[in-house]
Design a protein around this ligand. Structure first.
Ligand SMILES: *[C@@H]1O[C@H](CO)[C@@H](O)[C@H](O)[C@H]1NC(C)=O
Ligand SMILES: *[C@@H]1O[C@H](CO)[C@@H](O)[C@H](O)[C@H]1NC(C)=O
Length: 214
């Protein structure tokens, strides 16, 4: 009885290990195959707004997002004074919205969760209605608390300092915003053509429909 129990435990253990190994290896394979796409932008920069509203969303509709590890970085060319004050190219409202967006990314770390919010805020910004950003919570049925708490507590400011370090560490450095980098390669003026670069960089087994014919 004891030996029998032990044997079935061993079999169970082997099965569980095998399944766990298969799951983690297929997950890590998917992760490794993904192409990194980093977007460095400023919330009230017209070209950044245009890219986020009119170009980036198609990747969520054509399957490209399945092969992309998309990271948004809402800081851009803001300056950091010695006393810790952040100075934004498009003034204080931009600093505020960068904080809002940094907090949204932090609150909902999965890109398909935070992108709709970023899109909503940028669409308002594009219509010069950026001060209505809080309507995006209701429009998207999102809980405002994690974002509000992040802003009030000062965590949003700290997140922006991390974004500041990230953009300053770029090599080669960014020349302007929006600045799109695919697997370490800046796309320069051709950033709206990111799909071609992502498809070219993708080495995995399942190119999405969006890559056919490229
Ligand atoms: C930081 O320095 C700037 C420029 O000298 C000044 O306008 C601002 O009020 C200072 N902020 C704080 C919090 O001390
Ligand atoms: C996008 O990139 C592809 C391949 O790199 C190129 O053939 C095409 O002309 C580019 N399109 C635009 C709009 O730049």
């Amino acid at each position: 009885m004891g030996a029998h129990l032990r044997r079935s435990n061993v079999v169970l253990f082997l099965i569980v290990s095998l399944v766990a190994t298969l799951v983690t290896s297929s997950l890590s394979q998917v992760g490794e195959d993904k192409v990194k796409l980093n977007l460095y932008y400023e919330s009230l920069c017209p070209n950044s707004e245009d890219f986020i509203i009119n170009y980036l969303p198609k990747m969520f509709n054509n399957g490209l997002i399945d092969i992309v590890d998309l990271k948004l970085s809402p800081y851009g060319n803001a300056g950091l004074l010695d006393n810790g004050t952040i100075v934004c190219q498009h003034e204080e409202p931009e600093c505020k919205l960068n904080t809002v967006e940094a907090c949204a990314i932090n609150a909902w770390p999965v890109v398909t969760d935070h992108f709709p919010f970023i899109y909503c805020v940028e669409a308002l910004a594009e219509q010069s209605k950026y001060d209505e950003w809080e309507t995006c919570f209701e429009n998207l049925k999102l809980d405002p608390n994690p974002v509000t708490e992040c802003i009030i507590s000062g965590r949003g400011y700290k997140l922006k300092l991390e974004y500041a370090d990230e953009i300053r560490a770029l090599n080669p450095p960014n020349l302007y915003v929006p600045w799109v980098v695919v697997d370490g390669q800046p796309l320069l003026d051709d950033y709206k053509n990111f799909t071609s670069y992502v498809c070219k960089a993708y080495k995995g087994p399942n190119p999405p429909q969006a890559c056919r014919g490229l």
